[in-house]
Design a protein. Structure first.
Length: 435
């Protein structure tokens, strides 16, 4: 047992919670085993949890999608301090990291198919533990991380963890540890996708240059297709839309032969976006409708359902059907808010800005464009290269229509809106303003 000062003993005498915690932590492995045998019958974990709850060491948090047992911060800090002093602390940390590595690996297939929403909720509930596991691997055993990063990329993207993920991938990439070709491709491909999301064009182009020579050595057809798609996303940074079209087409051809509904829908939608930029309107409509139908068919990707409706809404605006555009955007915004996805909400706001401009309300359009930009900036995100040109063209047109001073005032006012205020403004009817 660890020696205690008189002050510590007095503190614990005055605080039965700390006394109970200390007693549990000081048990040897043999003592714990004996206690399990003697006191716990059918469900040891449940009985131990109940005992901890009776002493107010844990409590039930029902604020999330599923109830979770949590500790008060003071108790958690005390437990962490005592845990760090244990001689087997390093082994406990390793086992913790290994557990969350396995949890991540189990989420790979669900994240790519019909179980996506459920997998996202499970990973979100464990976000703090996942981050702790990644930090442990970065410090002690980086070998598994390229694979874990590739699995986690959709989670980072869909649950607003991309800045943290991008920093981890960049850190591991900079260390230059020797990796086999597939692990190197997984790391570089993830770094490319993450850099695109946070708007680091220099890092994205560098990753793209590293990824191209790795593709021929990748045996896994799924990985080849996904990384081909990532390069399609990157090509518009340099204005190479024909290259983006070719890469997205090749990726889609590969994915169609695989059971990959989420990534197939992403490839189809990406191809439709490039079609739209290149004025291939019929192809754009066909591909984006297919992306929507694929997303609806496997019925679990809220983000994909929202994104495809935004793109269809954009096409409706281009075709002059503003009523249909608003209906699609309203659906997309509801879905994006429900998914708690900042990038999705911001994309909706930017498209509402375009709708407001076509409805003859440039001031409101500038305000909504500012709201989208402010939301992205606060989250450390940037609009994807395939969508930048359309948003930049809208901003330039609004500035010319309103004049620089009026535009800047409206844009600045929008950038300061909270998410709730911006969403309310977007949903309001033409000609109305938020208070």
């Amino acid at each position: 047992m660890l020696r205690q000062t008189q002050g510590q003993r007095l503190q614990q005498k005055a605080d039965p919670q700390l006394l109970m915690t200390n007693r549990i932590l000081q048990m040897s492995s043999m003592e714990l085993q004996q206690r399990v045998v003697q006191e716990m019958s059918e469900n040891p974990a449940l009985e131990l949890s109940e005992e901890l709850a009776r002493h107010s060491l844990i409590y039930l948090d029902s604020s999330g999608p599923a109830p979770r047992s949590r500790m008060l911060e003071t108790i958690l800090a005390f437990v962490a301090k005592r845990l760090a002093a244990r001689p087997d602390a390093a082994e406990i940390q390793r086992r913790h990291a290994d557990y969350y590595r396995r949890l991540t690996e189990q989420a790979d297939r669900p994240l790519r198919g019909a179980g996506q929403n459920e997998a996202l909720e499970r990973l979100q509930a464990e976000a703090g533990n996942l981050a702790a596991a990644v930090r442990w691997y970065l410090a002690h055993d980086p070998g598994p991380l390229p694979h874990l990063f590739r699995i986690l990329w959709p989670f980072w993207f869909l649950r607003d963890h991309m800045r943290e993920g991008q920093s981890w991938a960049a850190q591991l990439l900079a260390e230059g540890d020797p990796l086999d070709p597939q692990a190197r491709a997984e790391l570089v491909g993830t770094a490319l996708g993450a850099a695109l999301e946070v708007g680091d064009d220099e890092a994205a182009l560098a990753a793209d240059a590293r990824l191209k020579p790795l593709l021929p050595g990748i045996d896994d057809p799924f990985l080849r297709a996904v990384f081909q798609l990532a390069m399609a996303w990157c090509a518009p940074i340099t204005g190479d839309f024909d290259g983006a079209l070719q890469a997205a087409t090749e990726s889609l051809e590969q994915l169609r032969a695989l059971d990959e509904p989420f990534w197939t829908a992403l490839a189809v939608g990406s191809l439709g976006t490039v079609d739209k930029i290149l004025d291939r309107d019929e192809d754009a409509l066909r591909h984006i409708r297919e992306a929507r139908d694929l997303g609806d068919r496997f019925g679990s990707s809220t983000w994909l359902a929202a994104w495809s409706r935004v793109q269809l809404g954009t096409l409706s605006i281009m075709g002059g059907d503003l009523r249909q555009a608003r209906a699609l955007l309203d659906e997309a915004l509801d879905l994006s808010v429900a998914a708690r996805n900042t990038a999705g909400v911001a994309l909706c706001l930017a498209t509402y800005a375009r709708l407001a401009s076509e409805e003859g309300d440039p001031g409101r359009a500038a305000r909504l464009a500012g709201a989208a930009e402010g939301m992205r900036r606060r989250a450390g995100l940037r609009v994807w290269p395939t969508l930048r040109y359309a948003e930049a063209e809208l901003v330039a047109r609004l500035r010319q229509t309103l004049g620089a001073e009026r535009f800047d005032q409206a844009f600045s006012a929008g950038s300061g809106l909270s998410r709730r205020e911006a969403v309310t403004d977007a949903r309001s009817q033409p000609g109305t303003r938020t208070s």
